[in-house]
Design a protein around this ligand. Structure first.
Ligand code: SF4
Length: 212
């Protein structure tokens, strides 16, 4: 059984799969408390469902892309089985994780989007650095940038670990906290290899709309 907050069909708003119609499976629970968290309703709300029930609902949508998100999906070990089953069915599966749990046992077919929490996130020092070793070439790292200080910290982290040599790396402005144009200018000035990511769904729908 897995505690699930919601399952819905929408447009992928983030990552290099942005724009694909995608089924989102949002698990319940997260031990972190990022200042910018836009899914606080997933901390506790949810219903325990069997893997069969989850798959039945998720596969009822006409989708090829499936995103396991949270909350923190890896806080519940059975998420690993869910992702494997979706991969076995030939689906494109991505995992959005806070970087705070080991990705060692995640099926290699899953595209992992691994957050690296910045100093101003409210969850500084939560990143498990061993996850860099568990990332394969199709996996991506994401930094949500809350300030110019965060930006410089992220640049240092990216360069220290040569993240752009093997992975797509994304900088996403903390929504409503910094201006997208400021982040763009910092990136251009620094000559970064990182990609700017805006959360597309927050521009299509109202930023606080649930289930999109
Ligand atoms: S890791 Fe994600 S779900 Fe958890 S508090 Fe941070 S933003 Fe929210």
């Amino acid at each position: 059984m897995l505690k699930i907050n919601e399952i819905f069909f929408s447009i992928q708003g983030e990552t290099s799969w942005v724009g694909h119609p995608t089924v989102f499976i949002r698990t319940s629970g997260c031990p972190l408390r990022c200042h910018y968290c836009d899914t606080t309703y997933a901390y506790y709300e949810g219903k325990k469902l069997s893997l069969d029930n989850i798959l039945e609902k998720a596969l009822s949508f006409p989708a090829d892309y499936f995103c396991i998100t949270g909350g923190e999906p890896l806080a519940q070990p059975q998420t690993l089985d869910l992702m494997k089953k979706l991969c076995d069915l030939g689906k494109n599966v991505s995992l959005e994780t806070s970087g705070n749990f080991s990705c060692k046992d995640v099926d290699k077919r899953v595209k992992k989007i691994i957050d690296v929490k910045t100093p101003d996130s409210g969850a500084a020092d939560s990143f498990l650095s061993e996850n860099i070793n568990y990332a394969t070439a199709h996996d991506e790292f994401k930094f949500v940038i809350c300030s110019e200080k965060d930006f410089h910290w992220a640049e240092n982290c990216v360069n220290t670990h040569s993240l752009c040599d093997r992975h797509t790396v994304l900088y996403s402005p903390s929504f409503g906290k910094i201006k997208e144009s400021d982040l763009a200018e910092w990136m251009l000035k620094a000559g970064t290899k990182v990609r700017l990511q805006l959360q597309l769904h927050k521009y299509i729908w109202s930023p606080d709309t649930r289930g999109v």
